[in-house]
Design a protein around this ligand. Sequence first.
Ligand SMILES: [Zn+2]
Length: 548
Amino acid sequence: MTFSVASASPVLLALPAWTPGSYELAYWARNVSAFSATAGGKPIFWDKADYQTWRVRPPGSGELSVSFEYRNDSLDNSNSWSQPDFALLNGANLFLYPVGRPFDFASTVELRVPASWRVATGMPQTGRTMYGAPNYHDLVDFPIVAGRFDFDSARVGSGWLRFASYPASVETAPRRAATLADLSKVIGVESAIFGETPWQTYTVMQIADSTFAAIVGLEHQNSHVDLTSVFAIGAPVLTSVYAHEIFHAWNVKRLRPVDMWPYEYAHEQPTSWLWMSEGVTDYYADLALVRSGVSDSVAFFAATAGKIGEIRALPPFGLEDASLSAWIHPTDGTADAYYPKGSLAGLMLDILIRDASDDKHSLDDVMRGLYRDAYKAGKGFTGEQWWKAVESAAGGKSFADFNARYIDGREPYPWATVLPLAAMQLLADSVRVPVLGVTMGEEDNGMRITAIAPGSTAEQAGVKPGDDLVSVGEIPGDAPTLAHLLRAKYGNAQSAIVPITVIRDGAQRSLAAPLQFTWQVQMRIAPLPGASAKAVRVRSGILHGTTG
Ligand SMILES: [Zn+2]
């Protein structure tokens, strides 16, 4: 990094303690080594002012250079990562900021990569290898991927959608085209909610790696970075993650709780509103899929019922408390539970607003109004603004009691009274579920069996930990929805001998045992027969994004 100073005063340069969107302290300075500072090519004195701040002493006015190496060998979408043919760079790990100065300084970034590599970033390009950001907040909000990857694009409205997928060929060309087509529709629905598309080009950057055992995304103003297990490629859940991350371009990157406006980088920024920034975003991801026709009402009901089931399995917790606790990852099972519960709070508010306004208004009006009154006014939104917008959309109805019970409080959500207002009902089914008794984990670049339950089907068949599961009842062992497929195939069988194929010590073995079953209670949402015409309009409005 080079920059000019006006005097011999010490310069304090810091790296962020976190990457916005990833609500945990990471202290990126810990990955720095070989720090050096020079003036006119000569080394100058530096030391640390604190654990993430370097103090450089210039000899006088003029240009200074600082350089360092950055080490990382773990895959994390808030961090940087490199492979022989690829690099993910996050600005919050790499770009120093001057402590105590405004963040409004412009920067240019030069990227030197092998000639055969591609580059994808939301950072505006200003030359063949040059990129630029108008201020520090933007500079650290444009992650960069460089390397050998598939890179496709499609026109969306008057702009472009780009899909970078690493490693090359992990996604087939038809699937990449289908992803672009689905996301074009999703972006149309999400833009309609806010009344604008706040970018010219949006870039989805996806990294699939066999060492990564989950699916996660991290949002930015005109891009997002997804990390996924290679085994999840092709699963519909990926489209839902994209829809969530893209919605963040409006909700949290632009419309943001005042507690995080502006972002500060030296320390955490707890807010009691993450349930709105994350959970309501998740609600709108479900809505974007059904409203765009990418999924259908059955999938929307199933996703919602799944969230209700998730929350029922947890100890009671308040959404505001869970939001504040995000930074410390609570160990009682409620960490990240503000996602599903916040999503359900969004659904309840949507129903109650539509019901109170005879379906003239919806939660969409609240989102659009706050986007205009807070973000467009250059501010973060306050809790007072949120509830005022909700109450105004609901024709003046008070939500103080709702807030006290269901957002600040820990009361169970009143589905029996709320869902019928939208011609829906919650049902509990007892379902018979096949149980194999294996725990899977990723080992040696593949999914391996890591544990066998005593007395289980797998143990009786002779499956051993370390086996590579090839298939169960002709269903591929690495299918992301194996449990679901097994239930579809065997759930209604009185009894069944299930063939299991494994690879052990390089040799394929065919095993078999009687399949065991257990009963589970599963929540289900279904249309309510005999609902009023108004309730049917409310349901239709939610699913189609209409009012009136
Ligand atoms: Zn999110």
